[in-house]
Design a protein around this ligand. Structure first.
Ligand code: DGL
Length: 245
């Protein structure tokens, strides 16, 4: 199977990392729209338009499946993308919610969702959790973490100040949904920040679990071939890939 992974920029490499670790595919084609990142502060129509344009890029390859690693794209553009593509387009929100359900939390345990402005505004995670009976959900837009991670800041003073800015008034969470591609990279710092080491839901791990269950995929012996493309600054993206992967 040959799959495509689409993200607004470099962040989706955190999802690629999980896909490569589990070795479910022969070939992974990654496309980051680095010319137009971030998508998180943009409006729904712009996010849909950019996502449909990304489909045109994947027309150059004969892929079997496309994963939108980007939570912001997953929140808004899946119906439109699926309507226009020959292969299935999967997002990361449903897999993330299912991964949380597999953690056997109590319905009144505090679940914190952190994501971009667009993802939080869409209420996609919140609605799905409420449907499953969760009664204690806190949703926070934490877009400042995105440029910090892009700068390679995964811990330290600036990140701590940003966590204080966002979290000083919230109740200690039992679980955190990392509703943005970049946040797994600050996962350890987030767990250290809170007293009771919250459970983290990571889009990459969640989509791997989802693919294994839904498509009955098994790990292969041979390492997948990864090809990386970007709409701008390919060298920069490759550098991040070297560091993250
Ligand atoms: N990839 C985006 C997401 O997961 C974060 C970066 C952006 O705002 O484009 O929501």
């Amino acid at each position: 199977m040959k799959i495509g992974v689409f993200d607004s920029g470099a962040g989706g490499l955190s999802v690629v990392k999980s896909l490569l670790t589990d070795n479910l595919f022969e070939e992974v084609i990654y496309y980051g729209d680095t010319a137009r990142v971030p998508y998180g502060p943009k409006d729904k129509n712009t996010i849909i338009r950019y996502s449909l344009e990304a489909l045109e890029f994947f027309n150059n390859f004969d892929i079997d499946l496309l994963i939108t690693a980007c939570n912001t794209v997953s929140a808004y553009a899946l119906p439109e993308m699926n309507a226009q593509s020959k292969y299935p387009v999967l997002g990361v929100i449903e897999p993330g919610v299912l991964a949380l359900e597999n953690k056997s939390l109590k319905k009144d345990d505090n679940v914190l969702i952190i994501a971009t402005r667009a993802t939080i505004t869409s209420k996609r995670y919140e609605d799905a959790l409420e449907k499953l009976g969760h009664t204690n959900i806190t949703s926070l837009q934490t877009g400042l973490f995105v440029p910090l991670v892009e700068e390679g800041i995964f811990d330290g003073e600036i990140l701590n100040a940003t966590m204080n800015h966002y979290f000083s008034d919230i109740v200690e969470p039992k679980a955190i949904i990392l509703g943005c591609t970049h946040f797994p990279l600050i996962g350890e710092s987030l767990q250290r920040y809170f007293v009771n080491k919250p459970i983290l839901i990571h889009s990459g791990e969640a989509i791997v679990e989802y693919l294994e269950a839904r498509y009955e995929l098994k790990s292969k012996d041979k390492e997948a071939q990864l090809k990386i493309f970007a709409s701008d600054n390919v060298a920069g993206l490759r550098k991040i890939a070297d560091r993250w992967l």
